[in-house]
Design a protein around this ligand. Structure first.
Ligand SMILES: [Zn+2]
Length: 223
């Protein structure tokens, strides 16, 4: 099995690298500047990131670990922006271990563009939902999913075929700002995709367990 090298660290497998990263995340104090080996490792990790340009911007001042509302932890940098001001920006370590293809990146942008449609669908549902599995839950707790066979992926690829554009040619813009999502350079793609999705998607409410059971990747615990 091919190993993975991050700075002066060498891991036998990606799972080993992931375990090391999770240990840094779980061992760090929230929002405290990383130092020592932890900092050195994260900087080496960043160096291998596909979007290091926008993450680094005009130089990294500090690295911190953030705690999200869902209890998960992630890395964020405080970098110098284009005016030399300190700005915070999060980044995904997963993208270093598992680089995204252009198609995956375009799909991710498209997912973000339908968030409002999903929320509108949720608001149109009865207050109490019965999931396929029989679980009864409040609509606010549901996950909104695409009803098969028109899954998100299918709709996406049908739309791409309809647009007669190669996904490799769909230019994306990454922003250096904190929590600002990647967008299509050409707004027409966003508008057309939203229209296509509005007309063709059949959404449904599922309990989180049913929605995630098929998609959740196996998490690697901290050793
Ligand atoms: Zn269910």
């Amino acid at each position: 099995m091919p190993g993975i090298e991050i700075g002066r660290w060498r891991f036998r497998t990606k799972a080993d690298a992931q375990r090391h990263i999770r240990c840094i995340l779980s061992g760090a104090d929230i929002n405290k500047y990383l130092d020592g080996e932890g900092l050195e490792f994260v900087l080496a990790l960043l160096d291998q990131h596909q979007r290091r340009g926008v993450i680094t911007c005009n130089g990294i001042l500090h690295v911190v670990v953030e705690l999200l509302n869902n209890g998960r932890r992630r890395f964020a940098v405080i970098h110098k922006d284009e005016y030399g001001r300190p700005r915070r920006r999060d980044f995904s370590w997963r993208h270093v271990l598992y680089p995204r293809s252009q198609a995956q990146r375009v799909m991710h942008v498209c997912r973000g563009l339908i968030a409002e449609q999903k929320e509108a669908f949720r608001a149109s549902c009865p207050q109490t939902i019965t999931c396929l599995c029989g679980a009864v839950l409040d609509r606010s707790k549901c996950h909104i999913d695409h009803q098969p066979p028109a899954t998100f992926e299918k709709l996406f690829w049908n739309w791409v075929a309809l647009m007669r554009v190669d996904v490799e040619e769909m230019a994306l813009i990454d922003y250096a700002e904190y929590q600002r999502e990647t967008e299509f350079e050409d707004d027409i793609f966003a508008v057309q995709w939203q229209e296509y999705h509005e007309i063709n998607a059949r959404l449904r409410c599922l309990c989180p367990r049913c929605n995630l059971s098929a998609t959740r990747k196996k998490e690697v615990a901290c050793a």
